[in-house]
Ligand binder design. Structure first.
Ligand code: ZN
Length: 484
């Protein structure tokens, strides 16, 4: 007798039983026997011609057998078989609530949805009843916000506290040039409301934190992660696992993107994939490493597609699969993701049962609080841009080193500076005099601080970091130097 676990939305067909013991040699035989006992269940999980419906997945002991033949997969006595239908935030197999009734205007607006059998009036009502939280109104949040608004999601919450910057416009298409300096929340909400006046937008003007995350997330059916930093990624993941909310994940860097759905119906979570964050500074952010402007559009729309599928309960969700996108090769690849039984937040022996300090976990300073402490630590080795300018004007005997990349040097540079990209610094120390007075700069001061550390460790006596990098130089010394 194998044990079959019945998910909540299907229990109405098994007399409220959450587990049923059934005999059978293969998974198919077990399911046939189960549905012989509960004929109403048969209509739910099998099509007329006896095929398992595509929105029901079958697991044996937490092992997804989707890719294997269900007929050939043997069920042992001790096996637990789980039926996992696609649902989002509660039972979407149930009828959508009364208030999701569509008006005449909405019927016309969504007519191209209504004529798809997989969506139809009921599907559109599910979208209207759905509550989706977007974490971040930036690169990924832009296409997500626009398309989810247009598709008829009833309620969209947005968490963001940033203002629109000129450098955002290359990819964050929800904001326009006239929005520079405005709150991203206001700019995004205005565009989304313009596309769809039926949409309810909830603005959460805050940084998501351990203190507020559970409170904000609890009111939504699913969460779409459009953040750009590791502490918030882990925070969103843990909060979603703790609350049992699906986490639609996307990430981007230069020409590559990733997408998957975490924490859905017992599927793997972000920590199953990446138990620990990379050491601070190893993986550059988009601000440091750059990103193709179109890339967040592609990845954000994959997230939007998964969001809509989960709400409608159709298709095969991107669960347990990590989709990798390479824009340069124009290739998609798919990796299988398994749940890690040792996962500290969703595994068998959980050690994380409430939210933790994610900045400490990721080894990065909390914005605001920890920053001044760090500054005072490195202050002694820093120099102001204006002082460097005076030294150049006086003709002081010192070496100015630029540790940015050659393509950045081409955008703008200080002519007196010698270019040694950070990655080449350790091999090129012999080009420098250990007793010389050395000033190092980069774009904003982060990489040059690392370079200063390398030189000091190698025994260089007089090394200083030019505070604020070439951006500060442009602000305070030479405005003709372009910022990027
Ligand atoms: Zn996990």
């Amino acid at each position: 007798m194998a044990k079959v676990l019945i998910p909540t939305p299907l229990r109405v067909f098994t007399g409220k039983q959450d587990a049923v013991s059934v005999s059978g040699g293969t998974v198919r035989e077990v399911l046939d026997e189960l549905t012989a006992q509960y004929p109403d269940l048969r209509k739910q999980i099998f099509t007329e011609d006896g095929k398992l419906r595509s929105f029901v997945n079958v697991y044996i002991n937490d092992e997804d057998i989707r890719y294997l033949s269900k007929d050939a997969t043997a069920a042992k006595e001790s096996d637990t078989i789980s039926l996992v239908p696609s649902i989002a935030g509660g039972s979407t197999l149930a009828a959508p609530p009364e208030e999701a009734t569509l008006s005449k205007d909405e019927i016309l607006r969504y007519s191209r949805h209504l004529i798809i059998p997989e969506v139809g009036v009921e599907g559109q009502q599910k979208l209207k009843a759905a509550k989706v939280l977007l974490v971040g109104a930036g690169g990924l949040g832009a296409p997500l916000g626009l398309y989810l608004a247009a598709a008829g999601i009833g309620r969209i919450g947005i968490v963001d506290f940033d203002v629109v910057d000129f450098t955002n416009l290359q990819r964050q298409v929800i904001h326009s040039t006239a929005d520079v300096g405005r709150k991203k929340l206001d700019s995004a909400a205005e565009k989304m409301q313009g596309i769809n006046p039926h949409l309810k937008i909830v603005k959460h003007e805050t940084a998501l934190s351990s203190e507020n995350a559970l409170d904000i997330l609890k009111d939504y059916d699913l969460v779409v992660d459009g953040t750009d930093n590791f502490p918030t990624r882990y925070l969103v993941n843990d909060a979603c696992v703790l609350l049992g909310k699906p986490n639609v994940y996307g990430s981007i860097f230069r020409f590559e993107g990733q997408a998957t759905v975490f924490a859905y119906e017992g599927g793997p979570c972000y920590r199953c994939l990446y138990p620990e964050p990379p050491p601070p500074g190893l993986v550059p952010s988009c601000a440091e490493g750059g990103v193709l402007g179109i890339l967040p559009g592609t990845i954000g729309l994959i997230q939007a597609t998964e969001t809509v599928k989960l709400i409608l309960g159709i298709g095969e969700p991107l669960v347990g699969r990590l989709l990798l996108y390479d824009a340069l090769g124009m290739r998609f690849r798919e990796l299988k993701l398994r749940k890690n039984p040792e996962c500290p937040v969703c595994g068998e022996h959980r050690t994380i049962t409430r939210l933790i300090d994610y900045h400490q976990f990721c080894g990065v300073p909390q914005p605001g609080a920890a920053a001044p402490v760090q500054e005072t630590k490195v202050n002694e080795g820093e120099i102001e841009v204006t002082e460097v300018k005076e030294m150049l004007d006086r003709g002081d005997n010192f070496v100015l080193i630029d540790v940015r990349e050659p393509h950045e040097y081409k955008i703008c540079n200080i002519p007196a500076a010698k270019l040694i990209p950070l990655g080449e610094v350790p091999q090129r120390l012999n080009e420098l005099d250990k007793n010389a007075d050395i000033v190092i700069h980069c774009k904003s001061g982060m990489r040059s601080a690392k370079a200063c550390g390398i030189l000091r460790q190698a025994g260089f006596q007089h090394v200083r970091n030019m505070k604020g990098g070439i951006l500060a130089w442009s602000d305070r010394v030479d405005p003709s130097v372009p910022k990027y």
